[in-house]
Design a protein around this ligand. Structure first.
Ligand SMILES: Nc1ncnc2c1ncn2[C@@H]1O[C@H](COP(=O)(O)OP(=O)(O)OP(=O)(O)O)[C@@H](O)[C@H]1O
Ligand SMILES: [Mg+2]
Length: 146
């Protein structure tokens, strides 16, 4: 998991777009489609570039959660209201005026991510209080469970 995260955050850091720190358990292995999981991670990180513009640091953490490896991406951006947290993973969430004026995007990044994680029998969520930044996380079943 750590190797994959390092690979896809490397280019973003190089481009000077984000300052990323990676902490936690680097020894957790998952059985997954690397290319698709990379898309999920990049989707989270590109959203940080777009929506959490004032974040100095993006913190990525890997930890064990029951029989899964949990990856969380935390920014110090504007955060997402509890109401919006309920539907940003939906396909046609761009319903409010706020969204019509939003930074241009197709609004499918999180929807696609949810589909990918679902097909890996994983979990994907957003958390965090409005005004305190957001944490997006996903969890995938561990390869070596004991
Ligand atoms: N890190 C974040 N901080 C604040 N808001 C966010 C963050 N990530 C996502 N959002 C909100 O969730 C919405 C859905 O994100 P999603 O990635 O699905 O779509 P998008 O970024 O608008 O378009 P696309 O990813 O298809 O280019 C965003 O429009 C934004 O309002
Ligand atoms: Mg996006």
């Amino acid at each position: 998991m750590a190797k994959l995260i390092e690979e896809c955050s490397y280019h973003l850091q190089l481009a000077g777009q984000l300052k990323i720190t990676l902490d936690g358990n680097h020894a957790l292995n998952v059985y997954a489609d690397a290319e698709r999981i990379e898309r999920v991670i990049l989707s989270f990180l590109y959203n940080c570039v777009k929506y959490a513009v004032n974040s100095d640091q993006i913190r990525i953490n890997i930890e064990r959660m029951d029989e899964m490896a949990k990856v969380s991406v935390t920014d110090q951006g504007p955060g997402i209201t509890e109401e919006r947290q309920k539907w940003i993973f939906e396909r046609d969430y761009k319903g409010s005026d706020e969204d019509k004026n939003a930074v241009a995007g197709f609004g499918i990044g999180l929807y696609t991510s949810r589909e990918i994680i679902k097909r890996h029998n994983g979990k994907i969520r957003v958390s965090g209080n409005y005004d305190e930044g957001s944490t997006f996380w996903f969890a995938l079943p561990l390869l070596d469970r004991d």
